[in-house]
Design a protein around this ligand. Sequence first.
Ligand code: C2E
Ligand code: CA
Ligand code: CA
Length: 578
Amino acid sequence: MAQPPTWWTPVPHVDGPLQVGQQPTADRYQWLVESVQEVIFEADPEGRWTYLNPAWTRALGHEVEDCLGKPFLDYVHPEDRQRNLDVFVETLSTGKEKCRFEARYLTADGGVKWMEIHAWIFRSADGQPLGSTGTLTDVTVRRLAEIELEHRATHDVLTSLPNRALLDQELAAAIERAAASGEPLALFFLDLDRFKLVNDSLGHDAGDEVLKAVGERLRDLARPVDIVGRFGGDEFIVVSESATSAAIRPLTRRLHEGFQAPFAVAGKQIVLSVSVGAAELSGDAAAAAVAAGDIARAAHDLVRDADSAMYHAKESGRDRTEIFSASTRERIVDRFDTETELRQGISRGELRLEYQPQIDLGSGHVVGVEALVRWDHPERGVLLPAAFMAVAEETGLIAPLGRWVLGEACRTLAAAEKNGTPFPRMAVNISAREMSAGIVDELAEVLAETGAPPDRLCLELTESALLADADAAQTTMAELASLGVGLSLDDFGTGFSSLAYLQRLPLCELKIDRTFVDQIHDTNGRALVTAVIRLADSLGLETVAEGVERLDQARALVDLGCATGQGFLFGRPASLAD
Ligand code: C2E
Ligand code: CA
Ligand code: CA
């Protein structure tokens, strides 16, 4: 038969329960002490175990004989030792009778358990401590639950990164360290570009997956010592300590480069970019904040400044970092005004279309126009899309704006048709957000309402519209094409177009981006334009070169076989009358 373990306490032979009022015998007391669930201990004034009941072995696995005479601190987790010792010494020296604390104790198999300790101090008649006795209770289950709850309160459930509350705390601690060391602190505010598009087109589950993947990637891209947290929505924060101004650029370059690899989500490869705002707090400024007791305010201002810089990064075209400067804030105030005013502007009819001619490079004839939206702002004058398009896209105002543009373009087409002066072709820009928001039905309605001939209409899509969800974009494009309109790929060469993918899309035209036309006279640029025109030819697509400003560019394009050109050389965007 197997030997019972050494901590086993056999039930003594008794005749039954004690009678009421009957005193237990010494044996019976001993059995009670040895069989209870709590660890019962005694220790000498130096904190060495002098007695441990078998519950000690049951709880932690150490044999009692091996432990007697050893300091209790040997069994406490190294990180908890000082705190434990402090409580113990304080209790002994201040004449207290009792103390209570919690600590992690080491188990024989190398693990830890949370124990709650209640200790009573024996004292001599003159108050000298003679030792202690008390209990240790295993509170591991409760502590782990508490730790989990605490984690949930301070971490974002989705990404497990620190949440806003913990970020606040950690930022405050970082500011204190900066004040002490005199070294600057950099805060990066990151906001995913076009994340709404992912959510709208792939659904919220996929959106969650993306956020999780982004969190992991940020953690990888940041230095291990950096604080990385989720601020909310698709906003993240990275705090870098000891980051000088000179170190900010390389850091953000790493971030942007790190986002170039696609994210695998819902069985698809998604390319995302991120706009980053950076703000810096010098060691001196940190010290001043600490001295003034204004750490929370300094932290708040730092986040606000980085946030402002991030908005500026969005407005300057996204996928970039802006570093905060005093002028950034003014621009931001602007941005909020823009949103409110644009909302009003759309309903008050302050939008207007201008048309830029597209020229057949061989004959010089106008073969089409591109409609470009303008906003006649009551105070700021005529605004170009660069001043309000980013705001429109981020806020969703692009939907009513796009609807108006489409309607106006079709009315113009239909009116020209009626007057017997038909347009050869009209191109209208469609932004990525519009593609995912019921564009097909909208176009069908507009065509029916206005009676515009669909074959005269050409929609210009950018590569980013096709990237977020390639399959959905392909379907939408096929539906648009079946309404009889032409589809053109705008700004070609500036996105990530996969050439194999182009083949599958019902496109009729590529627009060669202005940056290529700009470089047409250097060897590389020329080779690129040549390759694009050949590629388009092989796919049966027309090419339109954008941004032709000089005659020599137009000549070079003709040499390379580009049929159509558009640019200031032939005409600036102008009202219909002009
Ligand atoms: P885009 O589609 O690439 O439009 C061409 C832009 O290049 C226009 O700027 C035009 O004025 C400008 N441009 C034309 N020729 C030249 C040239 O020779 N040199 C130079 N430097 N620039 C030239 P614009 O009107 O400011 O529009 C900017 C962008 O805003 C457009 O780029 C387009 O992406 C967007 N956009 C304009 N109108 C609309 C619209 O109604 N809906 C949507 N969704 N986007 C629009
Ligand atoms: Ca365009
Ligand atoms: Ca373009």
